[in-house]
Design a protein. Structure first.
Length: 138
């Protein structure tokens, strides 16, 4: 009986920690790193990609594609920052190559902005368009 009560108590605490993670992170922002370490998905709806731009250049004799931009946290809560996902598409609109770019900050405070930059050396020649989004998991 005692083991059952302890198991139920532990399950209740874990459930509450998951359900109220936004409030916990707001009260104690360092807790966001624990949620990231545990692999808990954080809400992305308050994050916004801005100032996304690309440039083509030559790096050590090879063509290179550089993508830059910023991530804004428009919400009132601290959130985990996902990877940035860059997809290259051919003229027909089909995905032909993609890569992710980690952001130095794992968490982003409410109202904060972080810039990113990623580079691909020797991008596929048939690439005509690109899309920059958030990867589903960090």
């Amino acid at each position: 009986m005692a083991w059952g009560v302890q198991a139920l108590s532990a399950a209740s605490l874990l459930g509450a920690g998951y359900m109220f993670r936004d409030q916990i992170i707001h009260a104690w922002p360092q807790a966001a790193k624990l949620y990231v370490a545990l692999g808990v998905d954080m809400p992305l709806s308050q994050l916004r990609l801005t100032d996304v731009a690309f440039s083509q250049n030559v790096l050590e004799g090879h063509p290179a594609l550089t993508v830059t931009g910023a991530i804004n946290n428009d919400g009132s809560e601290t959130v985990t920052v996902p990877l940035v996902l860059v997809k290259l598409r051919n003229a027909a609109g089909r995905d032909i190559f993609q890569w992710t770019n980690p952001i130095p900050e794992e968490v982003l405070a409410a109202g904060a902005t972080v810039r990113f930059s990623t580079r691909l050396v020797d991008p596929p020649e048939e690439a005509r368009n690109l899309e920059v989004t958030f990867a589903p998991h960090r």
